[in-house]
Design a protein around this ligand. Structure first.
Ligand SMILES: *Cc1c(COP(=O)(O)O)cnc(C)c1O
Length: 371
């Protein structure tokens, strides 16, 4: 039995092999391996892509969040509101800076933060909101910005999963006060190693982030005005990402096409397929479905050679490391329910429609056997 993987990074590489090799060779022969002209060029291209003034390349998507919060002055005694249904890094960086993550439950349809529940969690200590555009679908940014304006809060979009998506025809990255991207290989714009970027229209925030990423010493080397980090972007990654960026929209459209096909193929199964909210472009970083009998179905699909994955099995408010925050089980019912029922099935731009039919047929066979 042939096996079907959740994602096939090599398939994408094969479509751009020569250009990636040429970009890598250009850097190897240049002798400049960290930051430099390739990083600057990628920053300019990403800024233009998002329609923002500044893009700052950093070591990874986690550092992008960390540096943006740090540059905004978030630290001990502050509270930052976010979602419990996201990759750990979103809340990790808040706590890493000595601030407290404050979780707000999700909307059960989109899996994004439930904007109706945000205001009740705002206190005198609240400094920022981090909406996560989870699985590639933008959060309700209009409502979030309205709340933020009313309470003078900083909004940092965690757009690690949503580069290229739009909200009311505006690019993600151009909606909050700043946004962060990850170039981890599995992301919609993935490099061949780690990388990340912050985008913002705020001149001062951008300046501070540029200083923070090089030990607090920019622009004059070896003179330090603050404590920073070592979080630079490699020239190799930047050069290879510059090859990939022009394809991002077409790859995202290919994901959308495949998601629509799955929606049709799975329509007469008990699976709950993804909900696409209005006035925004869902770019399906992951194609997430819900099943009451998830674990049995996943085990069956594994037997049939179909890979699946759980994103994420334990919501952040219930993580051991956040025990001291004293969130009870049942306090975020929608996030907890999603963690028990949702999983991803294979989806990537190069996935063939034939293979998608095989996946759908395996799911249908599972349910037939149960009636
Ligand atoms: C991947 C991801 C990150 C972290 O990015 P890295 O580049 O792996 O550090 C942060 N937030 C979300 C939502 C992510 O999916």
């Amino acid at each position: 039995m042939s096996s079907i993987s959740l994602l096939d990074l090599k398939a994408q590489f094969e479509t751009i092999r020569e250009d990636i090799q040429a970009a890598a060779m250009r850097v190897l022969e240049s002798g400049a391996y960290i930051m430099g002209s390739e990083v600057k060029a990628l920053e300019e291209e990403v800024a233009a892509f998002c329609g923002v003034k500044h893009a700052i390349g950093v070591g990874n998507g986690t550092d992008a969040l960390l540096l943006a919060l740090k540059a905004q002055g978030i630290g001990a005694g502050d509270e930052v509101i976010t979602t419990p249904f996201t990759f750990f890094a979103t809340a990790e960086v808040i706590a890493e800076l000595g601030a407290t993550p404050v979780f707000v439950d999700i909307d059960p349809k989109t899996y994004n933060i439930d904007v109706k529940k945000i205001e009740a969690k705002i206190t005198a200590k609240t400094k920022a909101i981090i909406p996560v555009h989870i699985f590639g679908q933008p959060a309700d940014m209009d409502q979030i910005m309205e709340i933020a304006e009313k309470h003078h809060l900083f909004v940092l979009e965690d757009a690690a999963q949503a580069m290229g998506s739009t909200y009311q025809d505006k690019r993600i990255g151009n909606l909050g006060h700043a946004a962060t991207f990850s170039f981890f290989p599995t992301k919609n714009l993935g490099g061949y190693g780690d990388g990340g970027m912050i985008v913002t229209n705020d001149d001062q925030l951008a300046d501070t982030i540029r200083i923070l990423r090089v030990h607090g010493s920019y622009p004059k080397k070896y003179y330090h005005n603050m404590l920073g980090y070592n979080s630079r972007l490699d020239a190799l990654q930047a050069a290879m990402l510059r090859v990939k960026l022009p394809y991002l929209d077409q790859w995202n459209d290919a994901r959308r096409q495949r998601a629509e096909r799955y929606n049709q193929l799975l329509a007469d199964t008990p699976l709950v397929t993804p909900f696409a909210a209005e006035q925004r472009k869902h770019i399906y970083h992951l194609y997430i479905v819900q099943a009451e009998e998830r674990d049995e179905l996943m085990a069956y699909l594994k037997e049939q050679g179909v890979s699946t994955g759980i994103y994420y099995p334990l919501p952040l408010h219930l993580q051991e490391v956040f025990k001291h925050l004293e969130y009870a089980e049942g306090s975020m019912p929608h996030a907890e329910r999603a963690a028990l029922r949702t999983f991803a099935i294979p989806l990537y731009p190069e996935l063939s429609f034939d293979v998608m039919e095989q996946v759908a047929n395996a799911i249908k066979t599972f349910y037939k056997g149960r009636i």
